[in-house]
Design a protein. Structure first.
Length: 237
């Protein structure tokens, strides 16, 4: 008989992220690939928490942590020291109205959002003021995580300086990162699952794949690209 004291730690189920019971009755049985998760990041307390975002690993059919996708960043710059005039930006075949040579980041964003192909809030800008400091344009919303078309710049109306030129370069390409399937959000872990001490053991779980989610209560957040993956199935509030 073993008379040595034994200590056990118990955890409470935290499903505050569920917006309603809808969808919980149709959760899918899945297998978690323990080796795909990082201790201290995805299961810091010895268990995979309820609400954890998951992606399906294409090769094995098991599930790992949702990896997300990188949103594209393009940089608008002006060289040649112009002292006046305007330039334009063209995206997906549409050209903006004239943009001042010394535009702020907000002015560049407004010009892009005036295009029919870009809705309000789908680009964010930083940096500036031109021409001294470039302006970065980050694509979000419908474009989040996508490899979007490269913008081009028209600089024919810039004046002064020495051959002033407006140009656009891609600082960060979209859709980078994981390519094993976990870059696409499949859903969330419905119930807490104990993490095995041996990462070659893969426990069973349940995938919440449609319903309502209270985003602020998720153990790990979901980016815009992930929300778009499950649009029509999961609503984030």
């Amino acid at each position: 008989m073993n008379l040595n004291p034994v200590t056990e730690t118990f955890h409470n189920e935290d499903q505050r992220w569920l917006g309603s019971a809808h969808g919980t009755e149709s959760a899918q049985s899945i297998t978690l690939d323990t080796s795909a998760f990082t201790s201290g990041v995805h299961y810091p307390n010895g268990y995979f928490p309820s609400g954890l975002p998951l992606g399906r690993i294409t090769a094995s059919g098991k599930y790992g942590p949702y990896a997300g996708r990188t949103s594209e960043v393009q940089t608008v710059s002006i060289t040649g020291g112009p002292t006046g005039g305007t330039f334009t930006l063209t995206f997906a075949g549409e050209t903006t109205a004239a943009i001042p040579y010394n535009a702020t980041a907000a002015q560049v964003r407004a010009a892009l959002e005036a295009l029919a192909s870009i809705n309000t809030g789908e680009v964010t800008t930083a940096g500036g003021q031109l021409p001294g400091t470039p302006v970065t344009v980050t694509f979000g919303g419908r474009f989040a995580g996508d490899n979007v078309p490269q913008m081009t710049a028209g600089s024919g109306s810039l004046t002064g300086g020495s051959t002033p030129t407006a140009a656009v370069t891609t600082s960060t390409g979209g859709a980078g990162g994981a390519t094993d399937g976990t870059e696409v959000l499949a859903g969330h872990l419905l119930c807490t699952v104990d993490a095995p001490s041996d990462n070659t053991q893969d426990p069973q779980g349940a995938l919440f794949w449609h319903g309502r989610v209270i985003e602020s209560h998720l153990p790990i957040g979901v980016d815009d690209a992930g929300k778009r993956d499950v649009a029509g199935r999961i609503q984030y509030v």
